[in-house]
Design a protein around this ligand. Structure first.
Ligand SMILES: [Zn+2]
Length: 88
């Protein structure tokens, strides 16, 4: 087992080795879903989703707040997907 862990830390594929050891590997996507479904522990102030979508050309003042599961909004003037800005 230690050997497998060392291989994993070196970035080598260990899925087959884990299968041989009878260990169920969790698909990466499933792992992410589980994490995102759980409340994220944050030290101090609880932070909402930050960042906004802004005009890719920055020529219009459209600002769209980011929403989970929402499609990327687009600028009607430039007909381009808005650019995400984490600062907003
Ligand atoms: Zn625009």
């Amino acid at each position: 087992m230690a050997q497998v862990l060392r291989a994993a830390r070196r970035g080598e594929p260990v899925g087959a080795l884990l299968d041989q050891l009878g260990i169920d590997t969790v698909p990466a996507a499933e792992e992410v879903d589980t994490r995102s479904a759980l409340p994220t522990p944050v030290d101090g102030e609880r932070r909402p989703i930050t960042g906004v979508y802004v005009c890719p050309k920055e020529t219009c003042t459209r600002v769209v707040h980011r929403e989970a599961d929402a499609e990327v909004p687009s600028c009607e003037i430039h007909e381009q997907a808005l650019r995400f800005s984490a600062e907003g």
